[in-house]
Design a binder for this molecule. Structure first.
Ligand code: DNO
Length: 346
């Protein structure tokens, strides 16, 4: 496996110089953030980003993410032009040596939490999702405070999107995903770029919107939509692991053994009730997931792809992007490295 770290670009308070000093770091995963969703990522900008990262002794091999325009998820007539742009972006990224593109197919919202700075018993602050709070939130009234949430959406935009999605069933969403993949996977194959869908986080419907990448059956179905190694997964332990029925080590075993996991997100989460969870440190005993079992499944199945510590808590007084500070994620990387080294030495 190759250890990486998410980096949000030059405005990220966690600088490349700091990331480079974390033991075992081979590179960062990043994106070009200012390009509107749906537009082509120009080659020069990709090259500039890559060169800046390389100058700091790190690689850029994974993009997280190239977002998918809502019109594609909705299957609107405008999708063909947007898919054409997406393919061009894939080709441009491939030409610059990018190997993996992480993306998701979640309607309107990416990851959703009810609180971003919930204080845990040790004084650290963590992201939490309490079902009873989320059930009371009304995005149509602007009652949302989500990290990673695109604040450029106005209240009217959200209303329009909710109206459009009210006519879209889960099966429709599957059909629209299939249409998208049938178009883009050949471009990914030609460009030698592996597509890696991120599961829905949390893996269930929120605010009445359809969500489909939620469990083993969904991952099976996804892989079959286009039967190519270029149609693969970002296996996010924390996203899938908050649903008790998702056995994360078994999922890793199954999908790593068939070569479909291209990017691994390692995070621990503590299930605190039906449909509620708190993000934890990476340590197994702090959450509901067994990190050794998960990493063993990667190792046993010859995983050679990219991995990153996922969200960290805010510790030692650090201020920054919720989930994406330096310290706890660096501890997570060190912990993963330790487990991996031990597994390799056996
Ligand atoms: C959360 C991330 C996700 C992920 C996207 C991929 O921390 O894992 O936001 O980047 O869902 O498109």
């Amino acid at each position: 496996m190759k250890m990486t770290f998410r980096w949000y670009g030059i405005d990220d308070p966690v600088t490349l110089d700091k990331i480079r000093q974390i033991p075992g770091m081979t590179g960062v995963v990043s994106a070009i953030y200012h390009i509107p969703v749906g537009s082509v990522w120009p080659s020069e900008e990709i090259r500039d980003l890559k060169e800046m990262i390389n100058k700091h002794g790190l690689e850029l091999k994974v993009i997280e993410s190239v977002p998918v325009h809502e019109d594609i998820k909705l299957g609107l007539p405008t999708r063909d032009k947007l898919i054409k742009n997406y393919k061009e972006t894939i080709r441009n990224l491939g030409a610059e040596g990018i190997e993996v593109i992480c993306y998701n197919f979640m309607p309107v919202f990416d990851w959703t939490r009810s609180k971003l700075d919930h204080e845990l018993s040790d004084g650290s602050k963590a992201l939490v999702y309490y079902k009873e709070h989320v059930d009371k939130m009304n995005p149509l009234k602007g009652e949302l405070d989500l990290p990673g949430w695109d604040t450029s959406y106005s209240r009217e935009d959200i209303e329009d999107l909710f109206n459009l999605y009210s006519k879209i069933t889960e099966e429709d969403l599957w059909m629209n995903l299939e249409y998208f993949l049938k178009e883009i996977i050949p471009a990914a194959e030609e460009s030698n770029v592996k597509m890696a869908i991120h599961p829905d986080d949390p893996p269930w419907s929120i605010f009445g919107l359809p969500r489909i990448i939620t469990d083993e059956a969904a991952l099976d179905r996804l892989c079959k939509l286009v039967d190519s190694p270029y149609n693969g997964l970002t296996l996010c332990s924390g996203s899938l692991g908050v649903a008790k029925e998702n056995d994360v080590p078994a999922l890793v075993e199954k999908f790593a053994s068939i070569g479909r996991i291209h990017f691994a997100h390692l995070r621990n989460v503590k299930i605190v009730g039906e449909g509620s969870f708190e993000e934890a440190s990476h340590l197994s005993k702090d959450g509901s997931l067994d990190m050794v079992k998960i990493l063993k499944a990667y190792n046993d199945n010859g995983f050679k792809g990219y991995i990153r510590p996922d969200h960290g808590r805010m510790i030692w007084g650090e201020k920054g992007k919720p989930g994406y500070g330096l310290y706890d994620r660096a501890l997570g990387a060190a912990y993963i490295n330790g487990i991996w080294e031990t597994l390799k030495a056996r």
